[in-house]
Write a protein that binds this ligand. Structure first.
Ligand code: ADP
Ligand code: MG
Ligand code: MG
Length: 250
C-alpha cells in the first residue's frame, strides 16, 4: 500500500475539519478528490504533508508502511511525499537552481547517494525546463520571485519531475488556471505515471480529469469521503453538483 488513511480526524485553529476520512491508495493509482468549497480538501493535503497548525487528533496514516503522522515534514518529503502547492518562502539571494539542487541533494543523501555535480544538475534542470516549457533563465531567478500563475504551475511540475516522488499530492485551488497551465499539469502527471508512482489530485474541475484520467474519484464533504467511484462520478458531479450527496453514506 502506498498510502492508507484510516478514520483520520484533524483540526485547524481549534476547529474540527476532518471527521473520519479514509482512503487507500495503491502504488500506481491516481485518485481524484473533489468536493464543495470548505469541505477539507486542502486541509487533508496540509495534514498529510505535516504543515504546522494542522493537527491530526485521531485515526492513522501510513505511507509506504511508515507511520506518517510521526514523521517530521522534511522527513515526509525525503521519504517521497510531494505536495505541489507547497511553496518555499521567498529566500533572498537563493536562486531557483540552488533551491532545486538542495532539494534533490537532500533526497539523494537520504538514499545514501552523493550530491549531484553542478554540471550534471544544470544539464538535468535545463532538460526539465524544456519539458515544462519554462525558459532556462528561470533557473537563475530568485526563489518565488515574481511568478505568474502559469510559471507557478510549471515550477511545481518541474520540482515534481526532478524529485521523482513516490506519492504526489496536487491541490488545484487556482480557479484562474488557464487551459495552457492545466495542460502543463496534466502532461506532467501523465509523463510521470509509471505504474508505481501514486497521485492524489484535488480539483474542483471535472475538466482537469479529461486530461488526467483517474482510477478513482472521491467526494469529500464535511470532512469525510461521502462517495467514491470511477471517473464517471466526476461527470455525474459536473452535471448534478454536490447537493444530492448530502444524505449519502459511504
Ligand atoms: P477546501 O480545500 O475543501 O475548500 P479547506 O481545507 O481549505 O477546504 O477548508 C476547510 C475548513 O477549514 C474551512 O472552514 C476553512 O475555513 C478552515 N481552514 C482551513 N485552513 C485554515 C486555517 N489555516 N485557519 C483557519 N481555518 C482554516
Ligand atoms: Mg477552498
Ligand atoms: Mg482547497
Amino acid at each position: 500500500m502506498m498510502l492508507n488513511i484510516k478514520d483520520l480526524h484533524a483540526k485547524v485553529e481549534e476547529k474540527d475539519i476532518l471527521k473520519g476520512l479514509s482512503i487507500e491508495v495503491k502504488p500506481g493509482e491516481v485518485h481524484a478528490i473533489m468536493g464543495p468549497n470548505g469541505s477539507g480538501k486542502s486541509t487533508m493535503g496540509n495534514v498529510l504533508s505535516g504543515r504546522p497548525g494542522y493537527e491530526a487528533t485521531a485515526g492513522s496514516v501510513t505511507f509506504k508502511g511508515h507511520d506518517l503522522l510521526e514523521m517530521e515534514t522534511e522527513e515526509r518529503a525525503r521519504e517521497g511525499l510531494f505536495l505541489a502547492f507547497q511553496y518555499p518562502v521567498e529566500i533572498p539571494g537563493v536562486s531557483n537552481m540552488e533551491f532545486l539542487k538542495a532539494a534533490v541533494d537532500a533526497k539523494r543523501k537520504h538514499q545514501g547517494l552523493d550530491e549531484i555535480s553542478s554540471v550534471d544538475f544544470l544539464k538535468l534542470a535545463r532538460e526539465t525546463c524544456k519539458r515544462v516549457n519554462l525558459d532556462a533563465s528561470f533557473l537563475k531567478r530568485g526563489v518565488n520571485e515574481g511568478f505568474s500563475g502559469g510559471e507557478k504551475k510549471r515550477n511545481e511540475i518541474m520540482q515534481m519531475m526532478l524529485l521523482e516522488p513516490d506519492l504526489c499530492i496536487l491541490d488545484e485551488t487556482d480557479s484562474g488556471l488557464d487551459i495552457d497551465a492545466l495542460q502543463v499539469v496534466a502532461d506532467g502527471v501523465n509523463a510521470m505515471r509509471d505504474g508505481k508512482r501514486s497521485f492524489l489530485v484535488v480539483t474542483h474541475y471535472q475538466r482537469l480529469l479529461d486530461y488526467i484520467v483517474p482510477d478513482y474519484v472521491h467526494v469529500l464533504a464535511g470532512g469525510r469521503i461521502v462517495k467514491s467511484g470511477d471517473k464517471s462520478l466526476a461527470l455525474e458531479l459536473e452535471a448534478k453538483g454536490y447537493g444530492w450527496l448530502e444524505n449519502e453514506v459511504v
